[in-house]
Design a protein around this ligand. Sequence first.
Ligand code: 13P
Ligand code: SF4
Length: 314
Amino acid sequence: MDKNQLITAINQLKCQKNAVIMAHYYQDDDIQDIADVIGDSLALAQEAAKTEADIIVLCGVHFMGETAKIICPDKRVFIPDVNAGCSLADSCPADAFEAFVKAHPDHTVISYVNTTAAVKALTDIVVTSTNAVGIVNSLPKDEKIIFGPDRNLGNYINGLTGRSMLVWDGACHVHEQFSIEKIIQLKKQHPQAKLIVHPECKQVLQTMADFIGSTSSLIKYAKRSDCNTFIVATESGILHEMNRLCPDKTFIPAPPDDAMCACNECAFMKMNTLQKVYDCLDKETPEITIDPHLQALALKPIRRMLDITAKLSI
Ligand code: 13P
Ligand code: SF4
C-alpha cells in the first residue's frame, strides 16, 4: 500500500474497532498527522484515563504503552513496535532500584514516568516533566524524597525547589548527546534566537537555556513568545508540532555531538512507522499485557500523579 492507502486503511480499521491512536510529539510527522491525540507523556496518560475507545494504539515507546495499560486494564493496548524501548527506563533496573528504596525506608519515592511497571510498583508518586516541579512542591518541605531515574531532571527539580532529593544516576542518551560547541555556533549565527531546552538535558546546557521545560511546555513557550527563532534542544520530532502551530516562526533543531546529522532523533521513537501502525491495528499485535498484581501496584502512584495534577490545574 502507498502512504494514502495506508492512511485510509488505518482510519477504516480505527472506526471498525473503536480504536484511538495516541502519539507522542517525538513520533514521525506521518504518525502525528494520523493520530487522534498528540501529546507529551502527561497528556497521553490523561487521555488514556478518559478515553471511551476499546483499543488504544500508543505510538511512542514501550513504557508509554505500559502506562496506558496500567491506567486502563480493561482496554486492549497495542504499540506498533514492541522493541521501541527507552534508554532512560533501561538505566533503572527494578531490582537495583528496589535495593536503593530499601536502603532509604523513610523516603517518599518519586519516579519519572519513563520507567517500567516494576519500577512504578516500587513508587509512591509518578511524575512527568510537565508536573514534576509542582508535585514535589506540593509535598511538605521536610519530606525526604528519592527521585529516579533521570539525574538531570532530578537535579533540575532540586535546584528549583530547594530540596535535596536523592537522585538515581540514570539518563536519556538522546538528551545527553547535544553538542555544546555546535549550539554555541548556532547562537552566534542566530543571536536573536531563544535556546529552549528539555530538563533531561545536561546541566551545562540547562545553564545556557532561555527556557527549560517539558515537550508541551516548550511548545507553549514558543507559541506565546514574541521571538521568531528558536534553537530546540530535545528530540527533533517536536518540530513538526511547533511548525504546525507557528508557521511563521523558525525552529532550529539543536545538533548532537557525534553525528553528521543536524538534528537529534530517538531511534526508539523512530522505530514506529505508518505500516506498523496499520499492522498492529489489523493483526492486533504486539499487545501490552501486565500481571494484574503488578498492574494494581503500579496504578497507585499513577493515580496519585493524576489526582495531584488535577489540583495543580496543569
Ligand atoms: P515529555 O513528553 O514528558 O516532555 O517527555 C519527554 C520524553 O523523553 C519522553 O520520552
Ligand atoms: Fe527514552 Fe530518551 Fe527516547 Fe524519550 S528520548 S523515549 S527518554 S530514550
